[in-house]
Design a protein around this ligand. Sequence first.
Ligand SMILES: *Cc1c(COP(=O)(O)O)cnc(C)c1O
Length: 387
Amino acid sequence: MQKVYLDNAATTRMHDEVFVAMQPYLTAIYGNPSSIHSFGREARKAVEEAREKTAAALGAEPREIIFTSGATEADNIAIRGVARALQNKGRHLITTAVEHHAVLDACKALEAEGFRVTLLPVDAYGMVSPRDVADAITDETILVSVMMANNEVGTIMPVAEIGQICRERGVIFHTDAVQAIGVLPVNVDELQVDLLSLSAHKFHGPKGVGALYVRKGTKLKVFSFGGAQERKLRPGTENVAGIVGLGRAIELATTDMEAKVSRIKAMRDKLMAGLLAIPDTRLNGHPEKRLPGNVNISVQYVEGESMILSLDLKGIAVSSGSACTSGSLDPSHVLMAMGLDHQTAHGSLRLTLSAYNREEEIDYVLSVMPGIVARLRAMSPVYAGKE
Ligand SMILES: *Cc1c(COP(=O)(O)O)cnc(C)c1O
């Protein structure tokens, strides 16, 4: 059976060259980067080269890059680190209703500790308004966190404008840029961000490694202890092979980006048009300001989970909402924040492409999808009532 992977917002296939770069650091080169002997120095050199590559990809300086276990940890270090460092200045944080749970739950935990959190609303396209950010900032505000692009509906946020506002008001600005690396230009100065999270496995790197950009001078209070690694912000022996993989992956992801993106976008547009040709479907997210590889649709009178399972039987991997919410019966917090009703939110399907997809795969999906929807609708009491 043909296998088609269209869940690249959840994770991506590792690039072969990334694997090649990592391999020596999983076998022959095994020194601890903190050791001062030659074994250690060899590992240290690899970590620092990866740091330089990561910094170069973001327009940052190497010492502003902290390697982490992924974006969840980077988001936590950023948000909780700023909150603890600046709590005597103020105890107010601003974020959006459509952030990844790493950001939302970190903020929720701070709320329980006495911080006040403003969750900004989004419009019907999942877009946050810079005006709302400006209006929400008070003398107590210490941090604004707005993602670069949404992982569920693909909406690209006006992060540079928000960065400008935060800078003018003297508020630290964090962005979760996980979904943007390799598909959008990400430059920390152009975006005017102070903190930025990324994760290697979202851009064809290994799982379990990420990075946090920390603009020099940004105060973070640590909450993990035990070593001096990563400027004490993330103590513990470095994931050397993973870090090497991240460095190679970000280098590859940001090379020839425009050509890759236009190929992905062409396939995405074909997929999107084909799916929206099915009656009683709608697009979720912004029609233009969206990630090039993202399609998110709602199919009326059908459950997203049923479509996932039917597509899986045909070898096609997609998701509804984010991987974290799959398996729970709650509709996606992103779709709810966009004002969708429960039924429409439950009928949502997310298909996310990468450079590894081929046009034949899109044709295959489009050849099976109408039949799946028709069969599921035929079994739906809601749909029967409509006829
Ligand atoms: C995947 C994802 C994360 C979490 O990254 P991990 O490295 O898997 O912890 C955070 N934010 C966004 C927007 C994501 O898509």
